[in-house]
Structures are given as structure tokens and as C-alpha cells.
Design a protein around this ligand. Structure first.
Ligand code: ATR
Length: 264
């Protein structure tokens, strides 16, 4: 039986095992997908298990998407360009790191038929998932990408990786066609960002990377002002499906049941 893992710290909240084990069963694959909480010093040993074929694939989540890179043999261009790995597998005896968050985000935007070209986009936050969102928006030919983060240095670091993004001061407002909340604010139901650009205009797209709760205050306010909203659920499902396809060679079906699994 093949073995797959998602690693992170914390990891208790991860819904990846639910979704992967659902698809494993549905496709009659002999495999199991588990979660494991790790410390940074365990990463090296874990990667050796992929090399020894004791583990067949790993998903990586916060806070290890960057740290894991130094233990891998090879990165795909997506992982290289974002310095972020969420999917690991053995390819021609090389432990390879890939990033499916990029196309996960892209497919979620495609699902709702939002065309980012000619659009001005603001990303709020500079955490682990942000390089993937920026890279995806560049791939989809977004017109201009603005970024703001409470801690300015982290935004400036991203600018080193993506020279064309425009860094705004925290709280600075402009007109945007799409605003992405990529901070962790809203994970607790009553938390909200202390920013007032939600009032600017209607008919923008507000995207929140968070999917639990289903509707953060950020999305609630945006909807209330007549904007389109989308939470991070489709992005999460797509990144998982892309990893599944790499590991098992099967395109898993994103059916109603999968969506329901994440609504708990
Ligand atoms: P990591 O950085 O480990 O990847 P993350 O949860 O992906 O963690 O990122 C947290 C993001 O949420 C950061 O952009 C963080 O801003 P700072 O860089 O200033 O810490 C942002 N964030 C968390 N709490 C916030 C708050 N109360 N107000 C504004 N931004 C916040």
C-alpha cells in the first residue's frame, strides 16, 4: 500500500487527508494519506523516506513550504519561481518539489470566469501562499499587482522575488478590480481586517484564501456592498486534485461530495 502525508505545524486542522482518502477510495487505489505534525529538524529525515520509497508523496503546508526546499534534489519551475513547495514526489530517483497552489488558485479564478487581464489587483498579506498567488496572477496576465502587508519588510522581500509588483503602505487605498485576502485574519469568526477599502466601489471581486469559516467578515462586507465574492475552497480542492493527478496519474473528480467534505 502506498503512503502519502501532509506535513505542517500545526496540522490538526488540515482537511487534506479527508479529500485525498475520499479520492483514493473512489478510484480504488491501494493507498493511505495521513497527517503529521513536524518540527523543522525532522524535515531532512522525512525526505530520506521518500528516497527510500517508504513514503510515496508529501504535501507541505505552513510553515514549511520554503524550509523544505534545501532538502530536495530538484524543483519544478513553479516551485523554483515561487520558492514554495506544497507537493513532493520521486521522479527518476530525484526527490522533486512542485507547487500546485499556483494552478489551484488559477483554476479557482477560472471556475468563476473572472478574467484578470487588464485588471488592477490588490493582495493583502505576505505569508506562505502569497508567492503562488502572485505567480498565478502573472501567468494569467493580470494588468497590475499591488501588495500590502502589516509588516512592510515581508512585502519588500516579495518584491525581490517579483520585481513588477507594487508595494502599498498598510492602509493605503486605491481603486482595484479584485482584492485578495491572503492574511490569516478571519480564521477566527469575529476577526476582521482594520482596513476601509471595502467601501470603494461595487462590482469588484473579493477573494479570501480562507474557506473555514465559509464567509469571513471581509467577504460578508464585500457582498453587502454589491461585490462578487469567492472563498478559498475551490483553490484548496484544485491544489489537492493537481497533487493527486501527479501521484496517482488519475484526474480525480471534483463532485458534490468533495465540496461537502470541506463544509464541516
Ligand atoms: P506564514 O507567514 O507563516 O506563511 P501565514 O498565516 O501564511 O503565515 O501569513 C500570515 C499573514 O497574515 C501575514 O501576512 C501577516 O502579516 P504580518 O506579516 O504583518 O505578520 C498577516 N496577519 C496576521 N494577523 C494579522 C493582523 N491581525 N492584521 C493584519 N495582518 C495580519
Amino acid at each position: 500500500m502506498k503512503k502519502y502525508l501532509v506535513i505542517g505545524n500545526p496540522i490538526q486542522h488540515s482537511l487534506s487527508p479527508l479529500i485525498h482518502n475520499y479520492w483514493i477510495k473512489k478510484n480504488n487505489i491501494s493507498a493511505i494519506y495521513e497527517k503529521e505534525k513536524l518540527e523543522k529538524q525532522n524535515l531532512k529525515n522525512l525526505i530520506s523516506k521518500i528516497r527510500e520509497r517508504k513514503i510515496d508523496g508529501i504535501n507541505v503546508t505552513v510553515p514549511f513550504k520554503k524550509d523544505i526546499i534545501s532538502y530536495l534534489d530538484k524543483l519544478t519551475p513553479e516551485a523554483e519561481n515561487t520558492q514554495s513547495v506544497n507537493t513532493i514526489y520521486l521522479n527518476k530517483n530525484k526527490v522533486t518539489g512542485h507547487n500546485t497552489d499556483i494552478d489551484g488558485f488559477g483554476l479557482a479564478i477560472q471556475d468563476i470566469k473572472f478574467d484578470v487581464s487588464k485588471k488592477n489587483i490588490l493582495i493583502i498579506g505576505a505569508g506562505g501562499v502569497v508567492p503562488s498567488i502572485i505567480y498565478s496572477l502573472i501567468k494569467m496576465k493580470a494588468h497590475k499587482i499591488y501588495l500590502t502587508n502589516r509588516t512592510r519588510e515581508k512585502a519588500d522581500d516579495l518584491k525581490k522575488l517579483f520585481k513588477n509588483i507594487i508595494i502599498l503602505n498598510w492602509g493605503e487605498t486605491q481603486n482595484f478590480d479584485m482584492i485578495v485576502n491572503a492574511t490569516s485574519v478571519g480564521l477566527n469568526a469575529n476577526e476582521k481586517l482594520n482596513l476601509d477599502f471595502l467601501k470603494i466601489k461595487s462590482n469588484q471581486l473579493f477573494f479570501d484564501v480562507i474557506y473555514n469559516p465559509k464567509e469571513t467578515i471581509f467577504l460578508k462586507n464585500a457582498k453587502h456592498s454589491g461585490n462578487k465574492t469567492e472563498n478559498g475552497k475551490r483553490m484548496f480542492i484544485h491544489q489537492a486534485a493537481l497533487a493527486f493527478k501527479i501521484w496517482h496519474g488519475v484526474q480525480p473528480e471534483i463532485d458534490h461530495e468533495v465540496e461537502k467534505l470541506l463544509d464541516k
